[in-house]
Design a protein. Structure first.
Length: 463
């Protein structure tokens, strides 16, 4: 077990759950709750959102792109697991960068990560409108957008534990639908439908375009965002040092296996996705091909369950990230750092709901292009935070410690930077503008760095 240098460790090595609960967020989440919240945030059925697009970009190698991004995410997940033991507080990459590297840089990382947290509920509402409008074309899309936002907001205002229990049910429904989809796809492959047969072609074939695989992986990173979101629940976990790291690794492992398996059978059945007809809506078309109109209806219904589960958890995580920044003074504390009597940052929940309502005026492509910008920034700096924590705080030196705290995080930085630069130029430009706005606010807030941002407590001893 790694040890902290006692000369820099805080005088108080640990806080009891009672201390933290009295100070703010309530500890009510078990390992099971956290895992289901993370899986619900990613939404198992989200694997179907981008299949057609990535299959077209990678020329039929979606599973290979998933394997590439899975390597980056697994390394980053290990870094998250390390950091949450040192800093078991809400805030995620924002907190880790502030404490391990620099408070000003931590704010900018939190600001960049906030972009995807703030926009995900909006995209979720857009997806709800897209699918439901297809089923009920006579109903205006804004009805579905506002209805989705309303349900998610009410559940989040009630309290995190109730939202967690609802998500358990929603994840189970999604898994059932996904398993049925995979089963029917395998049945069609075995019967030779579409001239298909099992092979390793989705993973390897002659003439693979490495750049296209990386571009596909950069898009697919969106599927894994839930694993880092659960780190923002550290102050509401019953045993954060034990359960948050376990939950992170469980979520990534289960999701990675699921995503690779599902896209493999889909790619085997349709090696050329253009044969489906509608590339963007390839998954519903495949559902109809493998199970008829009845299964397509079930599939769309299951997807709407995924939308609801996603919306609950996305709004919850975004509200708690803003709460962490408000509590620490990075944002105005009177609004962002307040909790209601139920221990919920209600003002933040309502703010996220208001921002999500902008989905009425936007389209999915413009909103979705920005999401992974902030995600990759967070992934990069979490890995860097592990390296800085090792240099500053860890006394133990040896090859195992160096492997876990230096080599793997450095590899994670390299892979995530490469995937970050594989994003569309428009996303990089808008993301850079967002960061510039954050830098401007930081300069004003700190009087051009003459005033340090409010400090968080130092790293705590591992038990």
């Amino acid at each position: 077990m790694s040890q902290l240098d006692p000369s820099i460790a805080p005088a108080r090595s640990a806080e009891t759950p009672g201390d933290l609960e009295a100070a703010g967020l309530r500890r009510s989440l078990t390992l099971r709750h956290i895992v289901f919240l993370g899986l619900a945030y990613m939404a198992p059925l989200a694997v179907f959102d981008t299949f057609g697009i990535v299959a077209d970009i990678t020329h039929g190698h979606v599973p290979l792109s998933y394997l590439l991004v899975l390597v980056a995410v697994l390394i980053t997940a290990l870094s998250y697991a390390k950091m949450v033991r040192f800093y078991p507080r809400a805030g995620s990459a924002y907190t880790y960068t502030r404490e391990a590297i620099n408070p000003h840089l931590g704010f900018l990382v939190g600001w960049a990560a906030t972009l995807d947290y703030l926009l995900l509920p909006m995209i979720n509402a857009l997806l709800s409108a897209i699918y439901m409008t297809a089923a009920f074309p006579g109903v205006p899309s804004w009805v579905w957008i506002l209805s989705t936002i309303l349900v998610c907001t009410v559940l989040n205002l009630i309290g995190v534990r109730i939202a967690a229990k609802v998500n358990v049910i929603l994840v189970v429904i999604q898994v059932v639908v996904a398993v049925a989809f995979v089963g029917l796809t395998i049945k069609n492959i075995v019967e030779g439908a579409n001239g298909s047969s099992f092979s390793l072609t989705p993973f390897f074939s002659s003439g693979i375009d490495a750049g296209a695989i990386a571009s596909g992986a950069a898009i697919l990173a969106l599927s894994f965002l839930g694993f880092d979101a659960v780190s923002t629940l550290a102050e509401e976990a019953e045993h954060p040092r034990r359960d948050i790291p376990r939950a992170i690794l469980i979520i990534v492992g289960v999701a990675g296996l699921f995503f690779v398996s599902v896209t493999y059978v889909m790619q085997v059945l349709f090696p050329d996705v253009s044969a489906v007809g509608n590339i963007v809506g390839a998954s519903p078309e495949i559902a109809k091909y493998i199970g008829g109109a009845a299964f397509q209806a079930v599939f769309i219904g299951g997807y709407m369950v995924a939308v609801l589960g996603c919306g609950i958890t996305q709004q919850m995580s975004a509200a708690r990230l803003l709460y962490a920044m408000g509590r620490d003074g990075a944002l105005p504390r009177r609004f962002f750092g307040r909790l209601n009597r139920a221990g919920v940052p209600a003002g933040n929940v309502l703010l996220i709901a208001a921002l999500a309502c902008s989905a009425v005026f936007l389209d999915l492509s413009r909103a979705a292009s920005l999401i992974n910008f902030g995600a990759f920034v967070a992934f990069i700096f979490v890995n860097l935070s592990v390296i800085f924590t090792y240099v500053r705080f860890v006394k133990e030196r040896g090859w195992r410690s160096a492997l876990g705290f230096l080599v793997l995080p450095a590899l994670g930085v390299a892979i995530n930077v490469a995937l970050w630069f594989s994003l569309e130029p428009s996303a990089m430009i808008v993301g850079a503008v967002w960061v510039a706005l954050g830098l401007g606010y930081l300069l004003w807030r700190t009087r051009f760095f003459r005033v340090a941002p409010p400090a968080l407590s130092g790293p705590v001893e591992q038990r």
